[in-house]
Design a protein. Structure first.
Length: 714
């Protein structure tokens, strides 16, 4: 991973923003539903240190016990941290005070796996900073992503979200459950949280401490050339903050009508010279949604705890180790049938992860990175259970072979082992180990230095489902003047079949029209996408910035569910659209952000298909337009007022009408370390649906809500 030297300091590209100094089969269907550089002050080797993992318990603790645990963890951190500095929260250093020109000059990492100036990136990329997240007053990552053009977010019920980029919300074969998006790759610090069982991300258990997020980089469009399979329509990379930037203590307490209760305790300290660490614990309790039949059962209770340590050994080497553990109980209401009543259950989510990353600076432009992570996941519902262990090892080398070439290449190995439980053993084999081996190479050539760059690259992967896959990409970026850039790209990306698509068998379901013990996904292949993009960025004035992107994608061999209950690759079609983002600094104390997305889809099945999956349903399950308008106003140095207006087109396939939502937030800072917020969400109606809601089935509506939050830094 590339780390560039600025003003004598090393800037970590993955964990900082760099500011430039220059300026059952059926049951399974339902289930799926500025930048702050760290400074090396000395070459002395820091002493070793370790952060113990918290003792884990299988059962979810009571909330009274949890409060005691939060306080105990914080007290323990204070006791172990004699060298802790006074609270330092880098987000409080006010990114909002940077000019529009400076904000558009930040560096991003996810588009090319190296730091590069956002103004010249040849991709449709949008960055949500920690300041953006805090000023929007959201309480989870999916709601924060509503602010990004091209990203569709729909709340399925009180604890579940569907998130997609450029369409295709829903699991395999366009499942109406809309819980996952199998053409979107989600990363946390480069660690994939994509679940290969369903194909997508379980947002209800993958949410995290918002105060620890440095930024969220959202790349709209194919990312397979660098990040691999399933990054068909985009990549979301949640980048957490260096432990150096979270020194001191932080506590948060919030109470509300929908966000019923939330507590956070975090402490960061410096165990030794050039060593930084933090520990945290949090709890969340969300209320159930609105049900037309008054039988909602979708509340959520979740606890999380974790740590991070960063060791800057010397001017060449840096080591990061981090880990998290979570436990969540999510209510779920399962749709009834003519012969079976509606049932409710509490779905268990348990899991944890451990990540270690080492970086070595080889020269002023060259670097070497090695990363290993382990991820453990447990999902347990009445109809399906998943136990999964994932081991991932990756090495990356950034170097400049000649003056005009910037090359990044890497190797990867991933081993994921699972144990799947479905009624009648309808997955065969029930236990499986899958291996993915990969290599990628990308070269950025400066055809005209500082003006015209050409990028070409590809990723090769060998997986256990479809063997070998190539995902090439070519990109061109033209910057005629400092404030204006144009870019174009052509890419190929693929989606690998999910575990359920590949291994479901017809067993134990007499009402299903398929041959006994037949494999439903026999012969299924990867879905392919060929995408062509054109974009423009323009700093119109010192106070107005514009970002425009257009795309056209040809999809081939999309998965369909046929009438004989077999998965086949028998749908194809096109999507096209435009995405607009703009930012206006109206006054020194008032900033306005606006975003607009327009998209159309046109699909059809092959002549040989007898698909249950209808192309019209796919087309009508994604909005034609979305917009957002966000205002951040500093009334005084102590009082802030924020407003967000959002609008989403109708989803006829789900019988969801178009809706508009308004959120308001008022923040008061009596001093630098204390903040009180009052927030009102979804003010324009008492409740509204965002996904399929049926009186006797799953899904609930989003309700108007209010909450108050107290934050204290010490």
């Amino acid at each position: 991973m590339d780390r560039v030297r600025r003003d004598g300091n090393w800037a970590d590209p993955l964990f900082q923003i760099g500011r430039r100094s220059s300026s059952g089969a059926q049951a399974a269907f339902i289930e799926a539903g500025g930048p702050v550089s760290f400074v090396h002050r000395s070459a002395a080797v820091a002493r070793r240190f370790s952060v113990p993992l918290p003792v884990l318990c299988r059962c979810l603790p009571s909330w009274r016990v949890l409060s005691i645990q939060l306080a105990a963890i914080l007290s323990l951190a204070v006791t172990l941290a004699p060298r802790a500095a006074r609270a330092v929260d880098v987000a409080a250093l006010d990114i909002k005070r940077l000019s529009i020109e400076e904000l558009m000059d930040i560096d991003v990492y996810s588009a090319s796996r190296r730091l590069e100036r956002v103004q010249g990136v040849p991709s449709a990329i949008y960055v949500l900073t920690n300041e953006d997240i805090q000023r929007s007053h959201v309480t989870n990552i999916p709601d924060a992503l509503r602010l990004v053009p091209g990203v569709q977010v729909a709340r399925v019920d009180g604890n579940k979200w569907g998130v997609s980029i450029r369409g295709f919300v829903g699991g395999f074969a366009g499942s109406a459950a809309a819980r996952t998006s199998n053409k979107l790759l989600v990363l946390v610090d480069g660690r994939s949280i994509y679940d290969p069982l369903f194909g997508g991300t379980f947002w209800e258990s993958k949410d995290m401490l918002l105060a620890d997020i440095d930024r969220i980089e959202v790349v709209r469009g194919p990312g397979g050339a660098l990040w691999g399979a399933n990054a068909v329509n985009g990549v979301i990379n949640v980048i957490t903050r260096h432990a150096r930037d979270t020194q001191g203590g932080l506590t948060e307490v919030s109470v509300g009508t929908e966000e019923r209760a939330s507590t956070v305790a975090r402490y960061g300290w410096q165990p030794g010279d050039k060593q930084y660490a933090r520990v945290y614990a949090s709890s969340v309790q969300r209320d159930k949604g609105f049900s037309l039949s008054d039988n909602a059962y979708d509340a959520l209770r979740m606890v999380r705890t974790g740590f991070r340590s960063d060791w800057e050994k010397d001017a060449r080497d840096a080591l990061r180790v981090s880990g998290d553990w979570y436990a969540a109980d999510a209510g779920q209401r399962d749709a009834g049938t003519s012969v079976a009543p509606t049932t409710t259950q509490s779905v268990e989510h348990r899991g944890g992860n451990l990540l270690a990353q080492w970086e070595r600076k080889l020269s002023g432009t060259d670097s070497l990175t090695a990363k290993f992570y382990y991820d453990n996941l447990r999902y347990d519902s009445r109809s399906i259970g998943e136990k999964r262990d994932t081991y991932d090892l990756e090495a990356q080398h950034n170097f400049t072979p000649v003056e005009r070439n910037q090359v990044v290449w890497g190797l990867g190995y991933r081993n994921t082992r699972d144990h799947i439980r479905i009624a009648a053993n309808a997955v065969d084999p029930a236990q499986r180990a899958d291996v993915t081996e990969s290599a990628f190479l990308q070269d950025t050539i400066a055809l005209v230095p500082d003006r015209l760059n050409f990028t070409i690259g590809t990723k090769f992967e060998h997986n256990s489902y479809t063997n070998n896959e190539w995902q090439p990409s070519v990109r061109l970026a033209w910057t005629p003047i400092e404030s204006v850039s144009w870019w174009a790209a052509a890419s190929r990306a693929v989606r690998v079949p999910s575990r359920l698509e590949a291994d479901l068998v017809c067993r134990g379901f007499p009402a299903v029209a398929c041959a006994a013990d037949s494999r439903l996904g026999d012969g299924i292949v990867t879905e392919k996408a060929y995408t062509y993009e054109l974009g423009h960025r323009n700093l119109l004035t010192r106070d107005i910035w514009l970002d425009l992107a257009g795309f056209y994608t040809k999809y081939r061999e999309l998965v369909t569910l046929e009438q004989n209950t077999l998965f086949k690759n028998r749908m194809h079609g096109d999507t096209y659209g435009v995405e607009l983002a703009t930012r206006w600094q109206a006054t020194p104390s008032w900033r306005i952000d606006a975003a607009y997305t327009y998209m159309r889809m046109d699909f059809e099945v092959d002549a040989s298909s007898i698909a249950v999956t209808q192309p019209s349903a796919t087309e009508r399950s994604n909005p034609h337009y979305q917009f957002s308008l966000r205002s951040a106003l500093d009334i005084s140095k102590d009082v802030q007022f924020d407003a967000t207006l959002r609008g989403v087109d109708a989803l006829p396939a789900f019988n969801v009408p178009a809706y508009t939502a308004l959120d308001l937030g008022l923040g008061w800072h009596p001093n630098r370390d204390l903040e009180l917020s009052l927030v009102a969400q979804n003010l324009l109606d008492s409740h509204h649906p965002e996904q399929t809601v049926v009186p006797n089935g799953s899904g609930t509506e989003v309700e108007r809500g209010y909450y108050a939050k107290l934050r204290w830094r010490f």
